[in-house]
Design a protein around this ligand. Structure first.
Ligand code: ADP
Ligand code: MG
Length: 445
């Protein structure tokens, strides 16, 4: 009997998830809530609000859904996974306790410190006066973070005192981020390339997907304001001993600390790392797949994503991983679950954004996509909609051009080739995604 799977969310990450699940030999019947025109190619889009846990649960019972994969952080932080599990529905995604690692940066620091894992030195404040007083004692640059979820806008890396004071006041006085910014962290600034590590865990066992890197700034050469991500590539080539170091100094102690605190976790724990001269340091956790990292990590999977998600959701990841064939040619040593990834291939995603993003931009522009035909490249929908059968822009990050190949350069060529055939008024994209390849020094702080 074919399995019924519901993917929650409506962005590029969810299109990538649905696309990969659709490739499963088990031929699952797919639903997306609410989905987008990209997910609609593989799944039935359901008009359901991910914030409405009762409605999602009722739909799952009525339809007999076997597995729910939750894409975005907001429903996870709000406890959607707990709600579904109480009804005995298998969920890929942590409950509210685990999702707090993303939803509360002060809590994440507490876990990191207890686990003895490297992270930037910090202090937490609720009062502007106390924060400003402490600021005077800190070296510049300094990092100011709203502790709660703020759609990627709560963090400012400040090169001078005025900028830092302005962001402190934005959070605490102007309450620009609502509840999320009523408490802040003042953090030491770290330097080095960044790395995204996706840990798939059922709370007992775990595996690591291909290391990836996103490009956060809007402008080429990593200039201008931060965005949700303008592109990404995988795998990132790392010095050989770093794989083992990430596993033993970060992943293992963090998962052990979660178990020690009786925090169940079934889903992806995304560790955002900075590779400093002193070793890898954790910048933040996310409680879900990264966007756009997912778009490049999933195509490198050699194994069925549906089986991986099902085993994780059912707490049977250990048995699943033991059953994998050991064929990981070129796989790095010390990277648990390396067998899952095809290390002989690379993937690149270049985001096509609307002119003006991440500031003000217009929606409703007609989108023309390249004609399909080649299987090493495809378009992922992120901010598109159908209006009277016409595909139009409906967000700042409109789409992602994904290319794959035998090396990074081939994957890059495929991704950029797709953009040649993509048109909408105001289309902008960075031309330097994955350009530096091995020599990539990552994002500047
Ligand atoms: N301690 C730090 N030192 C240097 N840069 C940092 C530091 N913390 C965060 N950053 C930069 O800010 C970005 C956003 O911070 P992050 O903690 O990931 O918050 P969020 O993704 O929730 O906005 C990071 O990707 C990194 O580029
Ligand atoms: Mg981040």
């Amino acid at each position: 009997m074919s399995r019924k799977v519901l993917v929650i969310g409506s962005g590029g990450r969810e299109h990538a998830l649905v696309r990969q699940l659709a490739a499963s030999p088990r031929q699952p019947q797919l639903f997306a809530a609410p989905g987008n025109p990209g997910t609609a190619e593989f799944a039935a889009n359901m008009d359901l609000d991910p914030a409405d846990a009762d409605a999602v649960t009722a739909f799952c019972r009525q339809e007999g859904i076997d597995l729910v994969v939750v894409g975005p952080e907001d429903p996870l932080i709000a406890g959607l996974a707990d709600h579904l599990r109480r009804e005995d529905i298998a969920v890929f995604g942590p409950g509210a306790m685990g999702a707090r690692l993303e939803g509360d940066k002060e809590f994440a620091k507490e876990v990191l410190v207890a686990a003895g894992v490297a992270t930037a030195h910090f202090h937490a404040f609720s009062s502007t006066d106390a924060a400003l007083k402490h600021l005077d004692k800190m070296d510049l640059p300094v990092v100011v973070k709203a502790v709660g979820a703020a759609q990627g806008k709560g963090v400012a890396v400040c090169s001078n005192r005025d900028e830092a004071e302005a962001h402190i006041r934005l959070c605490l006085d102007d309450q620009q981020f609502g509840q999320s910014g009523l408490r802040i962290l003042l953090e030491d600034c770290l330097f080095g390339p960044e790395l995204s590590v996706l840990i798939v865990t059922d709370g007992q066992d775990y595996c690591l997907l291909a290391p990836s890197r996103d490009h956060k700034r809007i402008g080429e050469q990593d200039t201008g304001p931060n965005t949700g991500g303008m592109g990404a590539f995988a795998p990132v080539e790392l010095p050989a001993d770093l794989h083992q170091e990430i596993d033993t100094r970060i992943v293992l102690p963090v998962l052990a600390e979660l178990r020690r605190r009786d925090i169940p976790y079934r889903g992806v724990l995304y560790a955002g790392l900075m590779l400093t001269d002193q070793g890898p340091s954790v910048l933040e956790f996310n409680c879900r797949f990264g966007d756009p990292e997912t778009q490049v990590v999933l195509p490198l999977l050699k194994n069925d994503l549906l089986d991986l998600c099902t085993a994780t959701a059912e707490g049977a990841l250990g048995a699943y991983l033991q059953g994998l064939r050991r064929t990981a040619e070129g796989a790095p040593a010390g990277w648990p679950g390396a067998d899952l990834t095809d290390w002989k291939r690379s993937a690149v995603v270049v985001v096509g954004a609307a002119d003006g993003y991440p500031g003000h931009y217009t929606k409703g522009k007609t989108v023309e996509l390249p004609t399909a035909g080649e299987d090493d490249r495809w378009v992922i929908h992120a901010g598109t909609a159908r209006k009277d059968e016409v595909l139009v822009t409906s967000g700042g990050r409109v789409l992602g051009a994904v290319g794959t190949g035998g090396d990074l350069e081939a994957a890059r060529g495929a991704a950029y080739g797709l953009l040649d055939g993509t048109h909408f008024e105001g289309l902008t994209f960075r031309r330097d995604i994955a350009a530096a390849g091995k020599e990539d020094k990552g994002e500047k702080a």
